[in-house]
Write a protein that binds this ligand. Sequence first.
Ligand code: IMP
Length: 201
Amino acid sequence: MARQFTENRLVIASHNPGKVREISDLLIPWSISVVSAAELDLPEPEETGLSFRANAKLKSDAAAFEARLPALADDSGLAVNALNGAPGIYSARWAGAEKNFSVAMARVNREMGDNPDRGAQFVCALALTWPDGHSEVFEGSVGGTLVWPPRGTRGFGYDPMFLGDGDAGTYGEIAPEEKHARSHRAIAFRKLIAACFREPR
Ligand code: IMP
């Protein structure tokens, strides 16, 4: 059985404001005091893992160790069928040092060329590590189609080019609550909650 989270303080081990906002929103019902790695000025570990799970754990381990608090990390990205799963764990790196996702989306579209398979998955691994080193990791993914040009100004990263299966708009167009209800992050989060958290207080 997974370890239960009984503390009332949690570090979100991310320096990505989009992820911190989404994870904080998802945690609202639990009234946990959340603080981000950026607010604590924690160093960003190098993502040397070869999977979403490995990178998520590497980040939650580093933050829990540094902050001496339980830490939750997200490693996620876009896996494109026509690119054999790229950019995958390198999704952030495709945006370059400037973190320019217009550039990253244009590269994805360019490299897909005229491949008729526009399918892609958003994948998210969530890792929760306690200061004693114990950790739990959960993964979620959601399928969709890549559109060009990108549509909408909501969300972050590759959201404006991702049209989730069955959705009326891209993740850049639909309301944040809709994305939170069914995204890769929401799926991983539900697994984490089911395994480690009690019903909201
Ligand atoms: P990392 O997990 O810090 O390596 O970064 C993952 C990258 O994947 C982010 O910077 C985004 O570009 C992309 N990504 C992950 N989740 C999402 C999402 O929900 N929407 C859009 N892009 C995402």
